[in-house]
Design a protein around this ligand. Structure first.
Ligand code: NAD
Length: 346
């Protein structure tokens, strides 16, 4: 689903990389191109037409560019591109949002943090995506407002399992972030996490951290984190904070997973209307998302690792799109960066 703005530009890059992987490894991927967001509103009057949903359900994985833009951003509009995004997440039942943040040494200068803090940063934030305060009952009178935060045991168990499996495959450490000194939902979160980990993942080292402390430690000592699991709103905030470690929004991928292997994969950035149509968007976040797609939905670990390595290699060799270029760097277009990664894959 290419979507809007730079969405189609970066989605094309992702498809080109997957196609190259297919050719090289003798796989056959069948692609189906579907409308979402503003593009779907313009042609169908619906940000997520039924045939898009049907096609996603029939697919093993879904790759999304981005949705939205000024054309559809009237705050009073009844139909908005973002509705398509929320709806497809719900339709696919994806409750776990994975955001890996790996700092590439050569890009440390692009981050507002000191380079020495960023060396070897490689962490994964696992955010609960379908519960908590964003989905609880909302009330409003002129002088009163409330948002209900609700979590149930099964919601905590399933997200903790996703995070724990990732921790097993990584360094065997899991950090659960909550606010158990104040919030009842956090106390449930902590109890369920302790029980689930003790019963099912006794060999994973579990640490608990209050969200305010986590926000500080993420900047002060990001290298010490590996897998972080947290509830919806804390994860929303911490993942945006963590993205700054890597310097540019354009670099970072995400995966949203549910109970089945099918997942939704997208770069973390939006449709970037300010640069759309100029062919200068950074395709790396989308290309890294295709690596996550191959790993988590198709079980193609070797191919996924190859894409990640090709990406690191071209950045290390100095390839830069405008958002990550500094000083005298030669600036590549979206297709030049994509071609550099394709050539490195070869
Ligand atoms: P944005 O992420 O689109 O852009 C923020 C800044 O980062 C812009 O200056 C943009 O040029 C730059 N940027 C983003 N991606 C880049 C890339 N790949 N290469 C180079 N530079 C890049 O956020 P925004 O401007 O706040 O939002 C624009 C639109 O995107 C809005 O309509 C918003 O609702 C939507 N949005 C969609 C998603 C999504 O589809 N998942 C996520 C966030 C925002």
């Amino acid at each position: 689903m290419p979507g809007d703005g730079i969405g189609p530009e970066v989605a094309d890059a992702g498809v080109a990389v997957m196609q190259r992987i297919a050719d090289s490894f003798g796989h056959r991927f069948r692609f189906s191109n579907q409308l979402i967001g503003g593009a779907a509103i313009d042609t169908r009057g619906d940000p997520l037409p039924p045939d898009t949903i049907a096609s996603c359900r029939e697919s093993d994985a879904v790759l999304l560019g981005a949705v939205g833009g000024p054309k559809w951003s009237d705050p009073n509009a009844q139909i908005r591109p973002e509705q398509g995004l929320l709806k497809i997440r719900a339709e696919l039942g994806v409750f776990a949002n994975l955001r890996p943040v790996r700092v590439i040494d050569e890009l440390a200068a692009a981050s507002p943090l000191k380079a020495e803090l960023l060396k070897n940063v490689d962490l994964m934030v696992v955010r609960e995506l379908t519960g908590g305060i964003y989905f609880g009952e909302k009330k409003r009178t002129p002088d009163f407002a409330s948002d209900l935060c609700v979590y149930q045991t099964f919601e905590v168990e399933r997200i903790v399992r996703v995070a724990a499996r990732l921790a097993v495959a990584r360094s065997g450490k899991l950090c659960s972030v909550d606010k158990a000194n104040v919030l009842e939902t956090s106390r449930l979160w902590r109890d369920v996490t302790i029980r689930t980990m003790a019963n099912e993942f006794p060999n994973v080292a579990l640490e608990h951290m209050l969200v305010d402390a986590a926000a500080m430690h993420l900047l002060a000592r990001p290298r010490d984190f590996d897998v972080i699991v947290t509830e919806n709103m804390f994860g929303d905030i911490l993942t945006d904070e963590a993205s700054m470690l890597a310097g540019s929004l354009g670099m970072l991928p995400s995966a949203s997973l549910g109970d089945s292997k099918r997942g939704l994969y997208e770069p973390i950035h939006g449709s970037a209307p300010d640069i759309a149509g100029r062919g200068i968007a950074n395709p790396c976040g989308t290309i890294a998302s295709t690596a996550l797609l191959l790993r988590h939905s198709l079980g193609l670990e070797e191919e996924a690792a190859l894409i990640e390595k090709a990406l690191l290699d071209v950045i290390a060799a100095g390839a830069r799109t405008a958002d990550i270029a500094r000083g005298n760097d030669t600036v590549l277009t979206t297709s030049e960066m994509t071609n550099a990664i394709l050539a490195q894959l070869e």
